[in-house]
Design a protein around this ligand. Sequence first.
Ligand code: FBP
Length: 388
Amino acid sequence: MEPERPPLPPGGGGFLVPSRGIVRVRGWPGPPIRASCLVMAEQHLSVGPGGPSYHGTTLEQHIQLSQRQHPEATGDLTGLFAQISLAAKIISSQVSKAGLANVLGLTGETNVQGEEVKKLDVFANEVLVRCVQQGGYVCVMGSEEVADPIAVSPEYPRGKYVLQFDPLDGSGNIDINASIGTIFSIHRRVSTGPGAGTLADCLQAGSRIVASGYVIYGSSNMFVYSSGDGVHGFTFDPAIGEFFLSHENMKIPERGDTYSVNEGNYHKWDEGVQQWVDWVKKPSDERKAYRLRYIGAMVADLHRTLLRGGIFAYPADRKNTSGKLRLLYEASPFAFLVEQAGGAAVDGSSKEGGRILDIQPTELHQRTPLYIGSKADVADAVRFVAPE
Ligand code: FBP
């Protein structure tokens, strides 16, 4: 019988790693170990304080490095991202133990969207507001959960940026333990500082976005962002408490093989949308039938679409005549990311598509129809849904 192996010493100790055979590990009291399992252990094992294994570039380091390409940069954007990622870590710690932390279920209130408010919605919103305003990098914020622009408390300095966010997207998935997320976008203020920011600072087109991103709380937690130099994904290592670069320069395929839409709304769609969905799911000589994938949380459905291609859509319908998704903190931030990754994002309002980033917002919580994903798939949808 194999003798009982004592645990690995903290920090893994120093050791010689020939590729194969048996090795002796300096400081390892146990019997000699088979090399292959050690190599695998070293690369993936975070052994906690004092001995973390090296995963590579952190989120903050990556943003600092990209800011260095901009001589005019002051470090404020790096600072703001540090606040957002801190908020994401706090939110993910609650989300991951939601069933234990008494944060499941409703608050009994209804938000400005007319939706029942989830306890985690409120928690996530408060965490983001608190973390970000303390940094002094923003002059005003906009949140899906709050009717009016959120002023920065007077005890904190007002910065040159505007942050808008959906603190917890897909909140319908919270109680069923499916993926949810946080979505955000960053603009430069247009009102003259240094005082409080205004509604006008929030009502800026997506084409003026400085950076946007999302955090997905799923089987692993990821932070994905773009500041105009491509789209980059970072995976959270809970043992180290840091987001590490795992998906550099994400590119969406030109065409995919999945479509993602709530077909339960089919009877409420106009004919063009119905014809598009009928077409996409029917095989033809040129292609196989597309597969339907719908998680019901935009962050999760678009994370898959960014990685694998295809199209996600939330068309207008007879109930949601302007669509359901919010322009400023759902459609625009993702449109910026998907375009940076080589895809397209439109509202289907014209044969040119109706680029989401060109829409000039007039209200904080305005909604928009959305067709977003691989360029070829979005172009196919527009052929059917755009008015003649
Ligand atoms: P919130 O959860 O932030 O309100 O977001 C809206 C949302 O949940 C999206 O994430 C998702 O894509 C969509 O609504 C799902 O809507 P439906 O249940 O009507 O398909």
